[in-house]
Design a protein around this ligand. Sequence first.
Ligand code: DHB
Length: 311
Amino acid sequence: MVSTASHIGDFQFKNVFMNAAGVYCMTREELETVRQSAAGTFVTKTATLESRAGNPEPRYHDVPLGSINSMGLPNQGLDYYLDYLLELQDTAPEDTFFLSLVGLSPDETHTILKKVEASAYQGLIELNLSCPNVPGKPQIAYDFETTENLLTEVFTYFTKSLGVKLPPYFDIVHFDQAATIFNKFPLTFVNCVNSIGNGLYIEDETVAIKPKQGFGGLGGQYIKPTALANVHAFYQRLKPEIQIIGTGGVLTGRDAFEHILCGASMVQIGTQLQKEGVGIFERVTAELKAIMAEKGYDSIEDFRGKLHYMD
Ligand code: DHB
């Protein structure tokens, strides 16, 4: 029997697939549709301390090779997601989910993480170091000094299972520098990658989304080679205790197979989930299982990280 089960830290998942933060995860209703689907788990929309309306619409646009968005962190606020996850912890104690969060300042991030630390929540936490869309706020993870200072402070008080969501890096030296920093901390996972930030898509003579004069994060087919490179670069550099979540350009079981070959332990779907709906999880799971069966692989661990090189 071919299985697509996987694990992150001590947490087991019946399926390697899940949503990517931002898609199908703003409300309980959306999260419930993912929970009831073939997905192995879900991640919530990145929460700030207070709820936010986000940027003016239109702020997400599907395009033939992917999507462009500048949502601006619309979300219901930390308590909304934390309360829901605490409820699930009581009603579905065998399941584990991911809570995504970030503050609008380092102080706010610490306030949020201290609330999570003090709560009864026992699941996984994803600290989003890579939101490209809040005007005036640069992506934390492109500033290595800020990133290291933030994580140093976080791990003086935080003891739960924490990972970070990363933007794509494009230079080998940046892979080295980022991995050196992450290896200093007891992170459970890194998630590669967030959208390729600040692309520009034009239809006729006009930008495709309203905020930031049309600049927005790219997802979908455009970003798979960049995503795979980041997954594999961190797989090569991080200590084995830090697992990798692969995100970016997953439309098919074959795309997921490639993420896992590069070292991913979970595979997230964003743009194509937005385009296709939660039925995608059944399709890509069947496609991945068919590839595994053809190659004689029974489990994810049979091929995870085992990318072939030419030398
Ligand atoms: C938003 C976009 C991101 O890529 C992210 O990581 C967090 C938030 C947004 O615009 O809402």
